[in-house]
Design a protein around this ligand. Structure first.
Ligand SMILES: [Zn+2]
Length: 497
């Protein structure tokens, strides 16, 4: 029976955010003990759940290491503190060395857009340490669709697999494929060979969903060509447009059996390049977004997603541009869920339900995202912040916002939370007793992942591109390290394979 070591270390760094990330940012509840992994993730819709499924199906044994994971998911924020990243990698590699006799191969859950101090390619550096720890044993990994894939990452692994959807609803499938392929290598049934084609293209990570439009068209094209070429896998990685590194760009990675599918990745990359102008879409100002949402709402509610302050893109989640507009207009039936403000949430918990108090809400991290707002609020409800996701993206996963309060200021309600995390579905509001049918305008901080739930439940979805560090248009950011030329920063960029 094959025995597979399971590892997770994943993070997405927005290098424009002026904070350093540590343990709390990568995994707010700390390391997940190796002994608890199988019981905790068996049956879950996570990538780790997919790996465990493949091993059970294949009659192989799971040998988990301690996971650095937000309950199976990946977090995002600023650049990772270099000492912390090195110590986390050392912890993983020490386990891999000490338990070397217990496993035959390694399967890794990796986001693939981490930067740490002094390590712009923090994932490639991590994989090199893993390779040194495990020697010739095969290593496969799966990556987020927003991964920045580097030559080092390709060199240090036997096969890399990519999530194909945004919202990311196929982590489970991707983890399963990575583990199945690893078993195929160990059984001498597969000889995966990778081909990689970078594109001089920044895909606006805040705007491109695969549920509709060009993103959907490309996803379907990739699936069709993957089958036509008989590949084990092929993924179009959008990359992460708010990471200013020399490696940042979109790319195609394909995994063939026996030979590297060089011709296939070139064909796919050329086709995607021909669609480059369609990846850029405009976003609305706060005022325009509120106008558009109110005009679009029918019997239910419209959603405004403040994409430029998405904690899932590494942003603070406490920006006040859109909130200020709702308060200024005193929009009846509006709720903002959620705003990151632990001090305000704690003050509400101290005051209790029914209390009225003065708060300085949001705007505590970076002036670009708007100033703190002085408001007088009534506390409507309190929560410990824990909920179980119903979104197809993280269905069944327990996630926590920490102490949470729902308050009202004039006719506008807001949900104040103590952890940075984007909204995936209605649960962050429902955990405070707020039911969607009681509102006509729901504002939230997310770019695409919320769509998995709200696309079919909201009357309309309007993206607000207020001043922030995860803009709809990457031309709003000042890059210093990107390889140039790159589209759309350089309009007449040429692409040759
Ligand atoms: Zn992503």
């Amino acid at each position: 029976m094959e025995r597979i070591a399971i590892v997770q270390l994943g993070y997405e760094s927005n290098t424009f955010v002026d904070t350093r990330a540590g343990l709390y940012d990568l995994a707010p509840d700390g390391w997940i003990d190796a002994k608890t992994v199988v019981e905790r993730f068996t049956g879950s819709r996570t990538g780790i759940g997919g790996i465990l499924t493949a091993l059970a199906e294949g009659g192989a044994a799971a040998v988990p290491m301690d996971l650095l994971s937000r309950n199976g998911a990946f977090n995002a924020g600023g650049i990772v503190d270099g000492d912390f990243w090195r110590s986390a990698v050392a912890h993983i590699c020490t386990q891999l060395r000490q338990r070397a006799a217990e496993y035959d191969g390694v399967c890794i859950a990796l986001h693939g857009a981490a930067c740490a101090d002094g390590l712009d390619d923090a994932d490639g550096w991590f994989l090199r340490q893993v390779r040194q720890a495990v020697g010739q044993k095969p290593v496969t990994a799966f990556l987020d669709l927003h991964a920045i894939v580097t030559p080092e990452m390709l060199a240090m692994t036997d096969a890399l697999f990519g999530v194909k959807t945004c919202p990311h609803v196929d982590f489970w499938e991707t983890g399963r494929l990575a583990a199945r392929t690893l078993l195929g290598i160990l059984r001498s049934e597969l000889q995966p060979r990778m081909a990689w084609q970078p594109l001089p293209l920044l895909v606006p990570a805040s705007m491109v969903s695969t549920l509709s439009g060009t993103g959907k068209e490309v996803r379907e094209y990739m699936a069709e060509r993957t089958a036509a070429h008989g590949l084990i896998d092929a993924a179009f990685f959008h990359g992460f447009s708010s990471a200013d590194t020399e490696y940042t760009c979109a790319c195609v990675v394909a995994v063939g059996n026996g030979e590297a599918p060089e011709a296939a990745v070139r064909e796919m990359a050329r086709h995607i390049w021909s669609l480059r102008h369609r990846f850029c879409q405009p976003g609305f100002s706060a005022a325009e977004a509120v106008d558009a949402a109110l005009a679009a709402v029918k019997d239910g509610y419209a959603v405004i997603n403040e994409t430029s302050d998405n904690p899932g893109g590494g942003c603070p989640g406490d920006g006040t541009h859109l909130l200020a507009e709702l308060l200024r207009r005193d929009v009846k039936g509006a709720i903002f869920g959620v705003i990151y403000d632990p001090a305000a949430a704690e003050a509400c918990h101290r005051a209790g339900v029914g209390a009225t108090l003065a708060l300085s809400v949001g705007g505590h991290t970076d002036p670009l995202f708007g100033p703190p707002l002085a408001v007088e609020v009534e506390v409507l409800a309190l929560s410990d912040g824990w909920f179980t996701c119903v979104s197809p993206m993280y269905q069944g996963l327990r996630l926590g916002y920490g102490p949470t309060a729902r308050v009202r200021c004039g006719q506008v309600e807001m949900v104040l939370v103590s952890r940075r995390m984007q909204s995936y579905d209605d649960r962050p509001l429902l955990m405070t007793g707020a039911k969607m049918e009681d509102y006509r305008l729901v504002a939230l901080k997310s770019s695409n992942h919320f769509r998995a739930y709200f696309l079919h439940t909201a009357d309309a979805i309007i993206a607000a591109d207020t001043p922030g560090l995860f803009p709809a248009d990457p031309r709003k950011l000042t890059y210093r390290h990107l390889r140039r030329p790159i589209f759309p920063l350089d309009e007449d960029t040429a692409f040759e394979v």
